[in-house]
Write a protein of this length. Structure first.
Length: 267
């Protein structure tokens, strides 16, 4: 008997290693492929785009917040792997009545390591999992040795019309802080909401950001938005950033430290 506990404290028991997995979180899907579960993964979301050569043959079960329950159940999964924030509670509750749903809950790198470790143990892929975790830890340790605190005030945009920022108590905020930036959302009043506040342009101006980071996801910011927002904040540097580097908490973190090194212009 195999026993596992997810990050919400739910405990599951399996007679055998789950062999039909539906993964509905892109960063976790990539991790599952990277530890060698190619054959076990039967369903993924339309946003699960990595590894590119492996996801194309898997069944699409909809978006992370707009899942096709019918398509998922048709795959006869023995395990669904989800995330508290990225998936919709009502859909997860509906699925959990019929299929075990293992849910992650991630705010920090340590949470990400714990998620990977627990899933690696469940699928008996401890060696491959530990290699990934050690690689991430090593790359961030090397980055931190060379870090020079910038204390630059960052507005990290995740949506346009309405304008939404990555606020505090989020994985994005954790990584911004870890590499020396100051998230301006720390200065917002509690009434605005802390995690992903919808905010007026005038409110952002009052917080005096030094840089505007325009994330590639979930809203696809592009070059035209640099010019548009640059006109509103002529004293701030406006730049596109790779949202996967800041918000994917699986094996893609192996690439994040080098990305941050280039972002911070560390030689």
């Amino acid at each position: 008997m195999i026993t596992t506990t997810d990050q919400l404290g739910n405990t599951f028991q399996f007679e055998n290693i789950p062999s039909r997995i539906v993964s509905i979180v892109p960063s976790q899907t990539e991790f599952l492929f990277d530890i060698g579960l190619d054959e076990q993964i039967v369903g993924i979301t339309k946003f699960c785009i990595h590894p590119e050569d492996k996801v194309e043959d898997k069944i699409n079960v909809g978006g992370t917040k707009n899942l096709s329950i019918e398509n998922i159940l048709a795959l006869k999964p023995d395990l669904i792997i989800a995330n508290k924030e990225e998936n919709t509670q009502a859909q997860i509750d509906e699925l959990a009545k019929l299929v075990p749903v293992w849910i992650s809950d991630i705010y920090t790198l340590d949470d990400a390591y714990e998620m990977m470790s627990r899933l690696g143990e469940l699928f008996q892929k401890q060696q491959k999992t530990q290699k990934i975790i050690d690689g991430i830890k090593s790359s961030f340790a090397e980055l931190e040795v060379n870090l020079k605190p910038t204390h630059e005030r960052i507005a990290y945009f995740i949506w346009r019309n309405p304008t939404m920022l990555a606020g505090t108590h989020t994985f994005i905020d954790h990584l911004l802080t870890k590499i020396g930036y100051y998230n301006i959302c720390q200065d917002l009043p509690e009434t605005v909401g802390s995690r992903y506040p919808t905010i007026l342009i005038d409110e952002i101006s009052k917080l005096n950001p030094d840089r505007l980071f325009l994330s590639s996801e979930p809203f696809p910011f592009n070059e035209k938005h640099i010019e548009e927002l640059g006109m509103m904040w002529p004293l701030a540097k406006v730049q596109l950033v790779d949202g996967e580097m800041f918000s994917w908490y699986g094996s893609r973190l192996l690439k994040s430290a080098d990305y941050f090194k280039n972002l911070l212009e560390i030689k």
